[in-house]
Design a protein around this ligand. Structure first.
Ligand SMILES: *Cc1c(COP(=O)(O)O)cnc(C)c1O
Length: 418
């Protein structure tokens, strides 16, 4: 390699910026975790490889004895996956991060590392549907007991956590009703009951909410949502203490194999570069749309954490730096909640906003929770969390807000008046 004699040396090893813990999140999102190869590439290298080779048999022996710190097999670790983990770790401000194939494998592996037969898990009632299936139909069969609470109600947590527990798990804001959980309050109650606090932070992302400094122990993500943000790959991640992530969690991940593919890690890594910008823009647009929706006669209750009308607006503003990219609202016909058919008429009339069960995408999407994501709760369970046939969840993307308003207005107008 030749070096210029006329140019002064750049700072940092190899002349590249060295990660600096004082960087802001946008800078971490662009640079953190990038270890350049000898080719000095601009964009992160994609190590699409299952394995790694050894110059000599003794090197393989040293690696398997754990004497050599090197990559051995991509089910265990891969350089591109590690770059993604390191970038997300820096964004979250956590000690350690492990990537997984999906959000559900992040949640399953975390719970598998924390529970035994006879363990008690206390869960916010409105968590993601597959999480309930996991707790009831899979872990339930293995002797794990799950109790549910109304997650926005600190008194309900206090009652549930008067009995010892092993794990507390919740989402805040909740899906789709945007209830806010008091992270510090619930964490204190959980710790007193002997439980580890796991937060599914998918709705807020690390851009809008950091739960570890507020008392939570572990954060899980579906990277499928805002981290990719462009509808391409599945992925997940678990963040927390080095002791947990590199200990019991890695044991499960390495030996059960919910490994993030290096290709998907690379896509997600590029997703992280623009995530702070995307999420803030989507969150601002969502609040703007929510305020506008509140003025429409064809719309009933509107829910967004940063609306002044949100019953927990003060708590939301204390815990989050933005309210998030999702707006939930009821379609209203002649002052009453729309029927399922009327709500479907509205959804089917949308031309720009897509009907999809996904969220966090650059493309705006609507979901009818009662017949899709929250079908499993049943009518009583849905009524309990406030989901009716009139309820619509809107994931706000990156389109011009004026175009979204126009589309929503024409689709609301398409519902016949009662
Ligand atoms: C999507 C989602 C999950 C599951 O993530 P996958 O990547 O689909 O496995 C878990 N929790 C929440 C809140 C989600 O939105």
């Amino acid at each position: 390699m030749t070096t210029s004699t006329t140019r002064p040396a750049c700072p940092g090893p190899g002349g590249y910026p060295e990660p600096d813990p004082t960087w802001g999140s946008a800078t971490h999102a662009v640079h953190a975790g990038h270890e350049r190869t000898e080719f000095h590439e601009t964009s992160e290298a994609l190590f699409l490889t299952q394995g790694f080779v050894y110059a000599a048999a003794a090197d393989a022996e040293a690696a398997f004895e754990g004497e050599a710190d090197r990559f051995t097999y991509s089910r265990y670790e891969n350089p591109t996956v590690r770059t993604f983990e390191e970038r997300l770790r820096a964004l979250e401000g956590a000690e350690a991060c492990a990537a997984t194939a999906t959000g559900m494998s992040a949640i399953f592996s975390t719970l598998a590392a924390l529970v035994r037969s006879g363990s008690r898990v206390v869960v916010g009632r409105a968590v993601f549907g597959s999480t309930i299936t996991l707790l009831e139909d899979i872990l339930g069969g293995w002797g794990v007991v799950t109790d549910y609470v109304d997650a926005h109600d600190l008194e309900d947590w206090r009652r549930a956590l008067a009995t010892p527990a092993d794990v507390v798990l919740f989402e805040t804001p909740s899906n789709p009703m945007q209830d806010i959980v008091d992270v510090a309050g619930v964490s204190a109650l959980a710790h007193a009951a002997g439980a580890v606090v796991v937060v599914d932070n998918v709705f807020a992302t690390p851009v809008l909410q950091r739960v570890l400094p507020q008392g939570a122990d572990i954060v899980v993500y579906s990277a499928t949502k805002h981290i990719d943000g462009q509808g391409r790959t599945m992925g997940g991640a678990v963040l927390g203490s080095r002791e947990f992530v590199e200990g019991p969690l890695r044991l499960i991940l390495r030996n059960t194999g919910p490994t993030l593919s290096p290709f998907n890690a690379w896509v997600l890594l590029k997703g992280l570069e623009t995530m702070p910008l995307r999420v803030r823009a989507q969150s601002d647009a969502a609040l703007e749309l929510a305020r506008w929706l509140e003025t429409l006669p064809r719309v009933g209750c509107v829910r967004h954490p940063f609306l002044d009308s949100h019953p927990q607006a003060a708590l939301a503003r204390a815990q989050m730096s933005g309210g998030g990219s999702v707006v939930t609202f009821d379609v209203s016909v002649g002052g009453r909640p729309a029927t399922r058919e009327e709500t479907f008429t509205f959804l089917d009339a949308l031309r720009l906003v897509l009907i999809s069960n996904n969220l966090g995408d650059a493309k705006s999407m609507v979901t009818h929770p009662a017949t899709t994501t929250h079908r499993r709760l049943g009518p009583d369970g849905r009524a309990r969390v406030g989901i009716s046939d009139a309820t619509v969840r809107l994931s706000v993307g990156l389109e011009e807000p004026a175009d979204l308003r126009a589309d929503l207005a024409q689709a609301l107008a398409a519902v016949p008046a009662a």
